[in-house]
Design a protein around this ligand. Structure first.
Ligand code: PBG
Length: 324
């Protein structure tokens, strides 16, 4: 039966009616807020390419995390910005490194906020790659030892979940194994399973000072052209023990999120990355887009595609709107 019996506009006539037939809802409980933690005291450096986002010292991180919790956001994910880097990224698996310090303090002072940690050595290596390097090549299996140690140290500091983002093969299995042996069998892993070699990470690399010093990340991050391969990555991470799988970036990869949703039963996270955030910010500043509406529409689209949770730099702004 078609027009004139059916008129799809009938259900769009008023906001109460539109609310009744709405298929997707964004909630504050869907959001994870990424935060950058750095050394020192009383430090709050704005990230030039990410207006409204800061590198915070632990004391100010605690204040900001309390606000995040008050807004009802369930979790933050921490990225470390250390003062020293070296070839092997040793700062990444130093028990007194910046992230373990931040986790201990947060768990002590903002107890009910979930703390997730990013597990990857790129913020700590002088060459900026996510793996150990030999003769210009990224070593896979040798890097797994660094990731094991890093995840265990985060767990020992009190992290509630670890999130490996390096894209080495076998890292989820290695980390699961290490955590189980160290007494953290209950600690979940959120794997950056389908992480693409994307230009949209550029503002993050500015924030974390982690631009690769030679070459690029195409030998470990995925080719943006591939959807079947993304499903293989997701399947193998689940087999290795991932509890949550992530697709990253989010908005340019909605088809990957939708494919992941229809092929798996585990919860799916999507990362609205730095470049997605900065594009909206820049267009809004130029007066070309309404920032709040662009933010909400993009987050809703990511949810509609099939994400159960979204990592986003807009988390606080979106929560403020949703709480009104
Ligand atoms: C790697 C990591 C990156 C991001 C999250 N984890 C950077 C990269 O792969 O270059 C990017 C996040 C963003 O762009 O917001 N530790």
């Amino acid at each position: 039966m078609a027009f004139p019996r059916h008129r799809l506009r009938r259900l769009r006539q008023s906001e109460p009616l539109r609310r009744l037939v709405r298929e997707t809802r964004l909630a504050v409980s869907d959001l994870i807020y990424p935060m950058f933690v750095t050394v020192g005291k009383d430090r709050r450096d704005e990230i030039a390419s990410m207006p409204g986002q800061y590198r915070l010292s632990v004391d100010l991180l605690v204040k900001e995390a309390s606000e995040v919790k008050l807004l009802g956001i369930p979790a933050v994910i921490l990225f470390g910005v250390p003062d020293k880097k070296d070839e092997r990224g040793t700062g990444a698996y130093d028990p007194n490194g910046i992230v373990p310090q931040a986790v201990r303090t947060l768990k002590d002072q903002v107890p009910d906020l979930m703390v997730v940690t990013d597990v990857c050595i790129d913020e700590y290596t002088s060459h900026g790659h996510c793996g150990l390097v030999k003769d210009g090549r990224i070593l896979n299996d040798e890097t797994l030892d660094c990731l094991r140690a890093m995840a265990r140290i985060h767990a020992q500091a009190g992290a509630d979940m670890v999130a490996p983002s390096d894209m080495m093969d076998g890292r989820v299995l290695a980390i699961r194994d290490e955590l189980d042996r160290a007494g953290f069998a209950e600690l979940p892993i959120m794997a950056y399973a389908a992480k693409f070699a994307s230009c949209f990470y550029a503002p993050f690399r500015d924030a974390a000072n982690s631009f690769p010093q030679f070459g690029d990340r195409q030998s470990y991050q995925m080719d943006p052209a591939n959807v079947r391969e993304a499903l293989r990555e997701i399947r193998s991470d689940i087999q290795e023990g991932a509890d949550i799988v992530m697709v990253k970036p989010a908005l340019p990869y909605l088809d990957i999120i939708a494919a992941a949703r229809s092929h798996t039963t585990v919860p799916i996270a999507a990362y609205q990355v730095s470049g997605e955030y900065s594009m909206i910010k820049a267009a809004a500043r130029a007066g070309w887009l309404d920032e709040s509406r662009a933010m909400m529409e993009s987050l809703l689209a990511i949810k509609r595609a099939g994400a159960d949770m979204i990592l986003t730099y807009f988390a606080k702004d979106a929560a403020r709107l949703l709480n009104r």
